[in-house]
Design a protein around this ligand. Structure first.
Ligand code: GDP
Ligand code: MG
Length: 177
């Protein structure tokens, strides 16, 4: 008699941050391998998944990107925060306000039992626009350390980096997500 094939494990990751920081573009990059030609503001929850193989086991990675709009979030919130395996906090390096919002996002996660016991990472997106950066790596690193999270600075648009980025911006970062 043959055993049934093993069930594919599902790994649910929520991607959180202010509207416009690039959550949809990052999840699209991860799942489709490219920057989207055109994105529309997320309404409700944007959901993408990709099957990856780790140590010979297929794992389905689900990425959930929420809308910033409060009226949609309220009704979705319970569903969204259920059975989460990891949290990705995203800010836009060219938008200081998106960085200042992080404590509120972290607190909201904590209220839904997603604190330090859950793997969490911090992502500074849009590093292709480094010349317009408002959030320094030092400041972001201090914040990441204070919250026991690793920091990844990246770009959904150009993860391979520009000539002027000193090689910091690296595709590994997007893959780490
Ligand atoms: P979300 O609201 O967080 O889901 O943000 P989106 O993914 O919809 O992106 C918001 C805007 O930022 C869009 O105009 C994107 O084209 C742009 N964007 C997203 N990621 C990047 C990036 O890495 N670099 C640049 N230059 N623009 C980006
Ligand atoms: Mg979005």
């Amino acid at each position: 008699s043959s055993l049934p094939p093993p069930r594919t494990r599902i790994f649910k990751i929520i991607v959180i941050g202010d509207s416009g920081v690039g959550k949809t573009c990052l999840t699209y990059r991860f799942c489709a391998g490219k920057f989207p030609d055109k994105t529309e503001a997320t309404i409700g929850v944007d959901f993408r998944e990709k099957v990856i193989e780790i140590d010979g086991e297929k794992i389905k990675v689900q990425l959930w990107d929420t809308a910033g709009q409060e009226r949609f979030r309220k009704s979705m919130v319970q569903h969204y925060y259920r059975n989460v395996h990891a949290v990705v906090f995203v800010y836009d390096v060219t938008n200081a306000a998106s960085f200042r919002s992080l404590p509120a996002w972290i607190e909201e996660c904590r209220q839904h039992a997603l604190g330090q016991e859950v793997p969490r990472i911090l992502v500074g997106n849009k590093c292709d626009l480094r010349h317009a950066a408002q959030v320094s790596t030092d400041l972001a690193q201090q914040f990441a350390d204070a919250h026991s999270m690793p920091l990844f600075e990246t770009s959904a648009k150009n993860p391979y980096g520009n000539d002027d980025d000193g090689g910091r911006n690296n595709s590994d970062h997007v893959e780490a997500i």
